[in-house]
Write a protein that binds this ligand. Sequence first.
Ligand code: BG6
Ligand code: MG
Length: 225
Amino acid sequence: MVTFSEISGFAFDLDGVITDTAKFHAMAWQQVAEQVGTKWTSQLADNLKGIDRMTSLEMILKAGGHETEYSDTEKEQLADEKNHNYVNLIKTLTPDDILPGMLDFIQSLHQNHYKLALASVSRNAPVILERLGLTDSFEGIVDPASLKLGKPDPEIYIRAAEVMHLDPDKVIGVEDAAAGVTSINKAGETSLGIGDAKILHEANLIFANTKEVTLQAIKEKMTAN
Ligand code: BG6
Ligand code: MG
């Protein structure tokens, strides 16, 4: 692993890292799963974290053995329905919905002259950042529409490093999803996972929750490793 002093930038996932929209994605997908007859489990919910919209739908269909039952048009409709419900759920977001400690962490990164990029596959990311009052906090946002492959492919985290004009080994990627951690690792960056250590076991650095993520704690973990 690189040393702490070599780090110059942070690439952030959004859903489940900066704000708890992961629960809203799960609620909206659960409705779709019930509609198509796929059993909703916490494992399926975890597997969907970080996965783009259409791939998530394919995974839900496959989990219940329904992958051949829907035409492309019907799949588009199901995905639109999910997004409609999700967009309704996030309407109430305000800056108070930034996860504990994350605003302080982002501010400390600015004070210490780190670069920041957003690496979310969500097409709703710009509106969420706006609602949280964080639009100006990032050097740049990787446009998910421009990606060939979503997480766990490394493309999004490679692009996040480019947005910051940094080599990947100078970047820490921050994630709550196993697919995202894989993406960061394959991009050649240092992965910081927030959440269940069992699920995020591939991460270079693991924190149980957002409150624990501080520059000092990262430095200590990188020095101890
Ligand atoms: C990721 C979420 O950030 O964005 C996934 O973790 C979600 O759950 C994906 O499916 C795509 O989001 P959206 O807003 O474009 O449907
Ligand atoms: Mg996430």
